[in-house]
Design a protein around this ligand. Structure first.
Ligand SMILES: O=C(O)CCC(=O)C(=O)O
Ligand SMILES: [Fe+2]
Length: 274
């Protein structure tokens, strides 16, 4: 694993809100990730969360555009909680250290992982920001997004708007079936040029949850498989949003409580361990 970040890469991330890392995993590691994730997905059999029976892509009664969003990607969350090999991947402290360097925080917790598979002919992922969906308010939380197979313009690669993390707001959630709707909220970016991230299998990106980003449609007859995980600084607090937490978890949380349940949001890296 190519986990050493240069000062230049960290600076680049701080400025642009995303970083492309080619050759992140070597071929053996990629094979281990692919086998582990494939097995973990089979075990889950389409169940989106471990705490409910909702299937990925299903209309859960809230999502009025289920037929559209159900065909953006298959989203299975927290595979690390149901499969030991995925747990070893997602809790790897070398990734934790990278996240701590990029977020400039002393210690790093998992928010959640997710497998994102665009099936053949999947819809595009509309432009959006992630952080407003989450159960804490923090401007540093980020995602790693690892290509499990080659990701191209044809099968739905990611796109990023450089520097946008410095301007987007925690209070502006929303994703729409119109891929550009968010530019009504951020008109300054409407005519800016995004950076596309075509990746070889085993390469990855990091993006700040407040960076404007999107992914194209899958215009191929094959899949576009990615494994991602959101990491957050160790000391974030509950903001009242349920997001991926279970009903039981949120009844036991008050606004302002630390999200520090080691079973749900374990620390995977701390500078104090060095
Ligand atoms: O994979 C995609 O299509 C979108 C991923 C994304 O939005 C994210 O990881 O935050
Ligand atoms: Fe996103």
């Amino acid at each position: 694993m190519n986990f050493e970040l240069t000062n230049e890469q960290i600076q680049d991330y701080r400025e642009n809100g995303f970083l492309i890392l080619n050759n992140f995993l070597n071929s053996q590691e990629l094979e281990f990730w692919n086998i582990a994730i494939q097995k973990a997905l089979l075990e889950r059999n389409g169940r989106k969360f471990i705490h409910s029976e909702i299937k990925t892509g299903q209309d859960d009664g809230i999502n009025k555009e289920a037929t559209y969003f159900g065909n953006v990607f298959d989203q299975i969350i927290n595979l690390w909680q149901s499969n030991e090999d995925v747990k070893s991947i997602i809790t790897d402290k070398r990734i934790g250290k990278m996240a701590s360097q990029l977020m400039q925080t002393d210690a790093v917790r998992i928010w959640h992982d997710q497998s994102l598979v665009k099936q053949p002919w999947a819809n595009p992922t509309a432009w959006h920001v992630d952080t407003p969906f989450w159960s804490f308010n923090n401007r540093e939380a980020l995602s790693i997004w690892v290509a499990l197979e080659d990701v191209t313009v044809d099968n739905g690669c990611m796109y990023f708007m450089p520097g946008s993390h410095q301007h987007t707001k925690l209070e502006e959630p929303g994703i729409s079936t119109n891929i550009g709707d968010i530019f009504k909220k951020y008109p300054d970016y409407k005519f800016k040029k995004p950076v596309k991230a075509e990746l070889k299998a085993g390469s990855c990106t990091f993006h700040n949850g407040l960076t404007l980003h999107a992914a194209g449609a899958n215009m191929t007859n094959g899949t576009r498989r990615a494994m991602t995980c959101v990491y957050m600084p160790h000391d974030v607090t509950f903001n009242g949003t349920q997001n991926i937490l279970s009903d039981e978890q949120i009844t036991n949380l008050n606004i302002g409580d630390y999200l520090n349940d080691e079973n749900q949001n374990p620390i995977i890296y701390s500078k104090a361990w060095e």
